[in-house]
Design a protein around this ligand. Structure first.
Ligand code: SF4
Length: 346
C-alpha cells in the first residue's frame, strides 16, 4: 500500500488531540454497547429502557450539530473499522453504482424497520439483542471486504438516512475520526460535506419522496403510542394491561398507521413543490419537521418509561428545541482547516 500525497480533495479533519479523544470515546461507547447487549437480552425491562429511552433519544441532537462526531463514536462504525485498525489491508473499493444501490436499500430498510420497534424491538429484549449482534457481525465482515466505512456505514445502514437528513444543519464539519486519512472509499462522500447532503435526497425521485413522507411517518409512529392505538409499550411499562390480541392485526395497524402518516406529509410537501417551493428548502423543512415530531413524541415516552413526574417532560423538551433553535438561528460557521488529503492507493 502506498500513500499518495494527492490534494485530490480538500477538506477538514480533527486535530490529533481531538482524534485521540474521539478514539477514547469510541472505545468506551463500544464497551458500553457490548455490555448493554446482555442487559437487553436477559433484563429487557432495564436494557430496553436504557437503549430506546435514554441513549437513542440523544442521537438526533448529535446528528443535527455534529453528524461526523456521531460516526466517529458509533459502536457499529467502530466495529466496521476494527479489522483495518488492527492491520487488515485487504478489501476493495465499491463502485459508485453499488454504493448508490446500497444507500437506497438503507433508505428502504429504515422505512420498513422503524415500525418493527412497535411490533418487537421496543419490548422483546432477546430479539433486539439478536438483531444488534447480527448487524455488528455484518459490519465487521463488510469492513473486511470493503474499504473504510463503505458498504455499511456509508452504504446500507438504515440509520444513515437520518444522519444525512439532519446532518444538513451540521455546525461541526470535520471528517470522522476513522476518515482522517481518507481512502476515498465511496464516491461523492457525504461525510466530507455533510451540509451538502441534500444532494442525496434529490439524487433519486425515490429518496426525495421518502424524505417528504418522513415527518408524517415519525409523527404517526408516536401517535400510535400516545393515542393508545398501539399498546405494547404501555403493557411493557405496566401502565396498561390491554395487550394487542393478534400479531397480524397489530402489525397491520402499525404499518397502516405509519403509511397514513407518511402520506400526509408526502402530499403536503409534494403539493408545495408543485406550487414552486424550492427543493432544498423543502428538504430542510422536512428534516426540521421530523426532528420536532421525534422529540414531541419521544419525551412523553421517556416520562412514561422512567415513571417521571410530567414536569420533567417540559424540562427535557427544552433541550432539543434549544439545540434546534441554536442551529437554525445563531449565526456562525465552523472553523474549517483546509488541508491536502492523503489518499491511500492499494
Ligand atoms: S470517502 Fe473518505 S471520508 Fe468518506 S467515508 Fe470513505 S474514508 Fe470516510
Amino acid at each position: 500500500m502506498s500513500t499518495l500525497q494527492t490534494p485530490r480533495l480538500a477538506d477538514h479533519h480533527y486535530s490529533p488531540k481531538v482524534n485521540n479523544l474521539l478514539l477514547a470515546v469510541a472505545a468506551l461507547a463500544a464497551a458500553i454497547y457490548v455490555g448493554l447487549l446482555p442487559l437487553i437480552a436477559f433484563w429487557p425491562e432495564i436494557g430496553l429502557r436504557v437503549l430506546w429511552f435514554a441513549v437513542i433519544p440523544l442521537a438526533p441532537m448529535v446528528l443535527l450539530v455534529a453528524p461526523n462526531v456521531w460516526v466517529s463514536v458509533c459502536p457499529i462504525s467502530t466495529f466496521q473499522t476494527l479489522g483495518r485498525r488492527l492491520g487488515w489491508k485487504g478489501g476493495k473499493r465499491i463502485s459508485p453504482e453499488v454504493s448508490g444501490r446500497l444507500q437506497t436499500i438503507g433508505w428502504i430498510m429504515m422505512f420498513l424497520g422503524i415500525p418493527t420497534r412497535h411490533i418487537w424491538f421496543n419490548t422483546i429484549g432477546w430479539a433486539t439483542a439478536a438483531v444488534a449482534i447480527a448487524i455488528t457481525l455484518l459490519a465487521v465482515g463488510v469492513g473486511l471486504f470493503y474499504f473504510s466505512l463503505s458498504g455499511w456505514c456509508v452504504g446500507a445502514c438504515p440509520i444513515r438516512p437520518i444522519e444525512v437528513l439532519y446532518g444538513q444543519f451540521a455546525r461541526e464539519r470535520n471528517r470522522p475520526e476513522m476518515c482522517t486519512t481518507c481512502d476515498a472509499c465511496v464516491p461523492s462522500c457525504i461525510r466530507i460535506r455533510p451540509e451538502n447532503a441534500d444532494a442525496e435526497m434529490t439524487r433519486l425521485p425515490l429518496t426525495q419522496h421518502l424524505t417528504y413522507g418522513f415527518p408524517g411517518f415519525v409523527a404517526a409512529y408516536f401517535l400510535l403510542d400516545l393515542l393508545y392505538i398501539c399498546n405494547v409499550e404501555h403493557v411493557f411499562f405496566g401502565t396498561s394491561t390491554d395487550a394487542p390480541a393478534h400479531l397480524g392485526i397489530h402489525a397491520l395497524t402499525v404499518y397502516g398507521g405509519m403509511a397514513a402518516g407518511f402520506l400526509v406529509t408526502f402530499l403536503l410537501f409534494h403539493g408545495l413543490r408543485k406550487l414552486g417551493a424550492n427543493k432544498k428548502t423543502l428538504i430542510l423543512s422536512a428534516a426540521v419537521a421530523a426532528y420536532c415530531c421525534y422529540y414531541l413524541g419521544v419525551v412523553p415516552e421517556i416520562v412514561e418509561a422512567w415513571a417521571l413526574a410530567s414536569v420533567w417532560g417540559w424540562v427535557m423538551l427544552a433541550v432539543p428545541f434549544t439545540v434546534l433553535g441554536a442551529v437554525l438561528f445563531v449565526p456562525g460557521s465552523t472553523k474549517r482547516r483546509f488541508v491536502p488529503l492523503k489518499v491511500h492507493n492499494s
